[in-house]
Design a protein around this ligand. Structure first.
Ligand code: SF4
Ligand code: SF4
Length: 323
């Protein structure tokens, strides 16, 4: 047992010591609902959560978190922050929540992430609960989750895990009805592995390709990646976003371990705090202050793109409609 594996998460209202507290979300209702407990009138809200966890068992050459370790103290802090967030989500029974955990490092090797996903998946007001993972850890825990609500965003990192082991895990998940996508970073040296994945993954598992950061693709190269992922064109270029309406800050928010709410992971301006309810009054239609948006978890929410239709029912876990 891990030193920081503590008793199960208690789902319910945040502790008294706390400050007072999708796929296709509808417009948020602001000010009137600020405050504690279930809202008088609920809203559809998509929440991306990223706590302090920053450690990973993998060693990807393109990642700053490769082989980083969190101290026991840092892990305790991450667990406490996650439990606080989970308690908040469980208490918002008047809202309809879609949740995506986007840890800096790998969350599913920690029991508190597995437990949070499992327990939240059973709550009727949670429409989706998903996490980004390298799929390196055990998957047996998914048997305890509500598979209508749970989803996994899985990334294959060539060289970090045996190909056959990764494919076997995806096949097992598919056979057990665990909704998941699989993806690869579109580096030239990954092309063969991506092609092989497309051949060997179950047909119903969507394989996405993320354009590699700072990499320009010729049309011929883009065509090679598009043969693996027919939606690669959405990732190939960063999307001009300045002044364009984006659902973040209205029906989508990003939350960190302290409960600080921002519109997305990429815009630093703070909208308030989750646990004192102050974020709620800030929810309103907004345009993007950045020049471009180049990450799926951001540009998927741009209202000028049709991606809520393309990924209808699977926006958070990156699964196209009808896949
Ligand atoms: S699996 Fe993800 S978090 Fe871990 S080193 Fe690779 S890219 Fe970074
Ligand atoms: S377009 Fe991207 S960067 Fe701009 S507000 Fe939306 S998610 Fe954030």
């Amino acid at each position: 047992m891990n030193a920081v594996d503590l008793p199960p998460i208690a789902l319910g209202p945040p502790p008294a010591t706390d400050r007072p507290a999708a796929d296709c979300p509808a417009p948020a209702r602001p000010a009137a609902e600020a405050g504690q407990g279930p809202a008088a009138t609920g809203i559809d809200l998509t929440v991306l959560y990223r706590g302090p966890l920053a450690s990973c068992d993998y060693d990807c050459p393109y990642c700053p978190f490769a082989k980083r370790r969190d101290s026991t103290e840092q892990l305790r802090a991450d667990r406490a922050a996650l439990e606080r967030f989970t308690g908040w989500a469980a208490s918002r029974t008047g809202d309809r929540l879609s949740l995506l955990f986007t840890p800096w490092g790998e969350g599913l090797v920690r029991s508190w992430y597995r437990r949070a996903l499992t327990e939240l998946s059973h709550l009727p007001h949670i429409r989706r609960v998903a996490i980004q993972t390298n799929l390196g850890g055990r998957t047996a825990w998914t048997a305890e989750a509500d598979l209508d609500t749970l989803a996994l965003w899985c990334t294959y990192h060539p060289g970090q895990t045996p190909f056959e082991r990764f494919v076997a895990k995806s096949r097992r998940l598919a056979a057990e009805g665990v909704r998941h996508s699989v993806g690869v970073v579109g580096l030239p040296e990954h092309l063969d592995a991506a092609r092989r994945l497309r051949t060997e993954l179950p047909e119903q598992v969507y394989l996405w390709i993320n354009a590699a950061e700072g990499h320009q693709y010729t049309d011929a190269e883009a065509a090679e990646w598009a043969a693996v992922d027919p939606l690669f064109s959405w990732s190939r270029h960063a999307h001009p976003s300045a002044g364009r309406p984006c659902r973040t800050g209205e029906s989508v928010i990003s939350v960190d371990g302290d409960g600080t709410v921002r519109r997305c992971h990429f815009v630093r301006e703070e909208l308030g705090n989750l646990y004192d309810g102050s974020y709620r009054a800030a929810l309103r239609p907004r345009t993007c202050p950045s020049q471009v948006c180049d990450c799926h978890i951001g540009y998927v929410h741009l209202e000028t793109l049709p991606l809520y239709d393309v990924f209808a029912g699977g926006v958070l876990e990156r699964i196209p409609a009808g896949w």
